[in-house]
Ligand binder design. Sequence first.
Ligand SMILES: *Cc1c(COP(=O)(O)O)cnc(C)c1O
Length: 310
Amino acid sequence: MDAWQRLTAHQPSPLEELSQDTWAEKGIRLWVKRDDQLAWSPDDPFCGNKWRKLKYNLLEARKRGMGTLLSFGGAYSNHIAALASAGRHFGLRTIGVIRGEEVDNPTLARARKDGMTLTFLSRDAFRRKYTEEVQQGLEQQFGDFYLIPEGGTNALALKGCAELGEEILEQTEEWPTCVAVACGTGGTFAGLITSLSAHCQTLGVSVLKGQFMAQEVADILYRHTGQSYTGWVTHEDYHHGGYAKLSPELVGFMHRFLEEHGFPLEPIYTAKLFYALDDLIRQDYFPRGSKIIAVHTGGLQGLAGFGDRL
Ligand SMILES: *Cc1c(COP(=O)(O)O)cnc(C)c1O
């Protein structure tokens, strides 16, 4: 099977029930959609929701005959690492435009190793990245490119994430009460909403500090589908200090989770998602009898960057 076939013809990632006494006592059943196992190879950043989000973008770039992909991100961006890895798998040149001063860390080192050209933009220029001025500068430097927005969220990303929702529906005998996912840009959540809103509720846990994710998701949905959707909710109080910030409670939770359920979470997204669900169950947020599916969106390669903070 060549890489392009593998991109589209993969098996559904597993759906596994987790058991925990504190959930059972509340009459809650919880499954995890193991999209972390949708990975090109173990520990490959091209995995999970990044596979879903890039899939149709890669196919589109190929259709247009474009050999260079360019995107934006912060220095710890899983999206940048995933794009670099995809470039290697599909024989495409990749350019990562990184916010702020030149730095090095495991995420960027990995991207470089995967053949990505990295370029650093001042925070000010980064804010203006989609303006004609900055875009022309990038074209002069790198030639023609297929542009993928920061975080990889665009209409084609939503299409790939809608498939994640469809896969879940095919794997369940009865529709779940609620499907939950962590939100960075909110693109994965928006894609899930498009395929699930007619069947069940969807819940997004923001990993960023601030009360803007609901608006952001509504905007993404409207911009890319021209529609608004109901039956979804965001939670914005589980960021533990902000993006990539940790609290002692979160770190403790991650360790207990691994011990209890036998597979790891990473601290930026999936630990915050499961922490939030565990807390909401404790607070009787979900009615008895609820069936919840939490998406493990992957990102485990990012654990390396935390060193002894974990
Ligand atoms: C990027 C990422 C997310 C966030 O996805 P968005 O579509 O930007 O909301 C969630 N989980 C993991 C593991 C990620 O790498």
